[in-house]
Design a protein around this ligand. Structure first.
Ligand code: UTP
Length: 458
């Protein structure tokens, strides 16, 4: 057995768990490299890794039915309920009770963009990045309600520094830096097909971010929950980095959440078609709520229809949630940890070649099963969802730009603005308008190929 002053207990743990292959290059390493490898190994929870390897697979809850949700309003009474929810939500926003929380720790491998995904430019005319669009929305919402809305930004070790530098160089998109908190999530080792640790270098263990579900424990360990508490925040508005249409501060959603005393509220989109690859909201036999991923749903359920011919499992998950701060405090202070899901993936290991291994991730929606009260609110896809996931095809920059252009044209149309047939593309800055109601009636637009409405245009 090798030895190193101050680390003998770590070394013993490595041998006890049959992971001594990580010391294969020990003789070639200098003292600094040896110490950094041991430091990495000191953080490994070998008991957890063993459990994850033997249990590899998604946790299952058994039989389920579609989860109930609040549908889009149709009757006058329903519209009245939505108006009341909006008034309640606005009161909470004005009272400074809401924090924005973005998860941006993912690796964005499908998009294939080098660097943090939030730096990816998506503004159809402006070329504004995802981070800038989100930042400007938070700024505009703060101005509208006369309150500073704090923004919590979760990164991962791989993109933390670059994200912080970007926020600094962009002057926090006009926000007060004291209202922006950037912190990295935790990492977890991957394993090869035999359950062994993988090295990413001679002196480093291969780890990946612990999934968007890792955001809940990261809120606690980073001190973000304490910061929220000291600011009087009661509701955390959770969203993902890759959806530029997300309504980050939505009074209607917040109002329904508060009215129900919900632990978590979630937005839902009608599935566009049965085979659409989105997770759907379900209720299990014990009445707990969850999401079943498309890939885990049997074909007959995917196609099942109600007596009216509508898809039975139709409420898709766009990953937009509100969390009660106290609920997150409760579930992160006990052993009620979220389960890990396993994915078999190609991993670029030290020494060249790719190997097949297991990555472990937590999913944020697993927290739904821990709620006592929750709300699922149906929203319109074309108003709130335009994710950039892939380099081309579905959910790519191309589809995202089309959706942004379409929504902004719709806002202008609703306010009687005439758009020239010459105009190919329209973009409205969040600083100009957060919705149709912010646009002056009968606006005259320039006859240009591309039109950008920025705050100064007003
Ligand atoms: P995705 O599931 O789309 O993963 O993340 P991804 O890593 O961005 O992209 P691929 O799968 O490698 O192509 C959805 C959201 O969750 C965040 C992402 O940043 C994105 O906002 N996320 C994901 C994290 O913050 N941490 C993670 O460990 C994983």
């Amino acid at each position: 057995m090798i030895s190193f002053r101050g680390y003998d207990d770590v070394i013993k743990r490595v041998y006890d768990n049959n992971q001594e292959h990580v010391f294969a290059s020990w003789d070639r390493l200098g003292p600094g490299q040896r110490e950094s490898l041991l430091k990495d190994l000191a953080d490994v929870d070998f008991g957890l890794m063993k459990k994850l390897f033997t249990a590899a697979g998604a946790p299952s809850h058994g039989s389920y039915r579609p989860a109930p949700f609040i549908p889009l309003p149709k009757t006058p009474a329903e519209h009245e309920k939505f108006r009341k929810a909006a008034a309640l939500g606005e009161e909470l926003i004005r009272g400074g009770k809401i924090a924005a929380f973005i998860v941006a720790g993912g690796q964005g491998s499908r998009l294939g963009y080098e660097g943090p995904k939030g730096k990816f430019p998506v503004g159809p005319v402006s070329g504004k990045t995802l981070f800038r669009l989100h930042g400007e929305k938070i700024l505009a919402s703060g101005r509208r309600y006369g309150v500073a809305i704090p923004w919590f930004v979760m990164t991962s070790h791989a993109n933390h520094r670059e994200t912080v530098e970007y926020f600094e160089s962009e002057k926090y998109f006009g926000l007060d830096p004291r209202d922006v908190f950037v912190f990295p999530q935790n990492m977890i080792p991957s394993l090869d097909e035999k359950g062994r640790l993988i090295l990413e270098s001679e002196c480093g263990v291969f780890k990946n971010p612990d999934g968007h579900g890792g955001s809940l424990s990261a809120l606690r360990t980073s001190g973000a929950l304490d910061e929220m508490k000291s600011r009087g925040i009661t509701v955390i508005s959770y969203f993902q980095v890759d959806n530029p249409l997300v309504k980050i501060i939505d009074p209607v959603f917040i109002g329904f959440h508060r009215d129900a005393g919900a632990d978590i509220s979630s937005k839902a989109l009608r599935k566009a078609y049965a085979e659409e690859k989105v997770g759907v909201f379900v209720q299990y036999a014990d009445n707990t709520l969850g999401i079943v991923e498309y890939s885990d749903m049997p074909q007959e359920k995917i196609n099942e229809r109600d007596p009216g011919g509508e898809l039975l499992y139709s409420s898709g998950n766009p990953a937009i949630h509100l969390f009660g701060r106290e609920f997150i405090e409760r579930i992160t202070s006990s052993d009620l940890s979220l389960p890990y899901h396993t994915a078999k993936k190609k991993i670029a290991a030290h020494g060249g070649g790719e190997i097949t291994g297991y990555k472990f991730e937590k999913f944020v929606f697993d927290a739904l099963s821990m709620t006592d009260r929750n709300v699922i609110l149906e929203v319109l896809r074309e108003e709130e969802f335009a994710p950039v996931k892939n380099a081309s095809g579905a959910d790519s920059l191309e589809t995202c730009i089309k959706l942004m252009d379409g929504l902004h044209r719709q806002w202008l149309g609703a306010r009687g603005a005439k758009i020239s047939p010459k105009t190919r593309i329209v973009e409205i800055s969040p600083l100009y308008a957060l919705g149709a109601d912010d646009i002056p009636a009968g606006l005259a637009l320039p006859e240009r190929e591309s039109v950008l409405l920025e705050a100064e245009v007003r």
